[in-house]
Write a protein of this length. Structure first.
Length: 189
């Protein structure tokens, strides 16, 4: 489905055929700083974002496990460890809400995501870039003062909700992007 000039969020959602898979995004916090990741390759390359990624059902759930939130939490812990090398316990993930992102200009709907947002105040280790099996870095972690968030180098939606979660407010919402990756419709509660 291609975004038409007058299509809104509810109209686009009515056209979605593909299941939206869960993803995670976590923000490590210390004093007056947040750890953001500069995406070095793949989806979101060049943007600062939270630490996280895909929830992998075959890895993040146990046999017979039907608790989606537990699977999401395991996925968040695994992604944080894989991307920046720190260990976070399940109980140290503070759930801050979920956000759905829609990209109607992508015909196969593969960019649409349901992202579970967490903040983390306790972990073991120091965030450093990790190399994958090919020797490549996906995320370069960087500590940023809470008063200097680089919104001009982040996804367009971050300016709406990131300041809220960093002030310990929970959020839920949805964002519709155009082909220039700008938010054209959203709701946030």
């Amino acid at each position: 489905m291609l975004l038409t000039k007058n299509m809104n969020l509810s109209e686009y959602k009515a056209t979605i055929a593909r299941e939206i898979l869960p993803r995670t995004s976590a923000f490590l916090l210390r004093s007056d700083q947040v750890c953001l990741g500069l995406k070095k390759r793949g989806f979101g390359k060049g943007y600062y974002l939270g630490i996280g990624g895909k929830v992998e059902k075959e890895i993040d759930s146990f046999a017979g496990d039907t608790d989606k939130m537990m699977m999401v939490r395991r996925g968040a812990c695994r992604e944080i460890r894989e991307e920046v090398g720190v260990t976070v316990k399940l109980e140290d993930l503070q759930f801050m809400g979920s956000l759905n992102f829609y990209f109607p200009h992508v015909p196969d709907e593969s960019w649409n995501e349901e992202v579970y947002i967490f903040t983390v105040n306790k972990w073991a280790g120091e965030p450093i870039a990790q190399k994958d099996q090919n020797g490549e870095v996906e995320i370069e972690p960087e500590w940023v003062p809470l008063t200097q968030l680089p919104f001009d180098k982040m996804w367009d939606d971050a300016r709406y909700w990131l300041p809220l979660i960093l002030k310990d407010r929970k959020v839920n919402g949805e964002f519709l992007f155009d082909e220039n990756l700008l938010v054209v419709d959203h709701y946030l509660i």
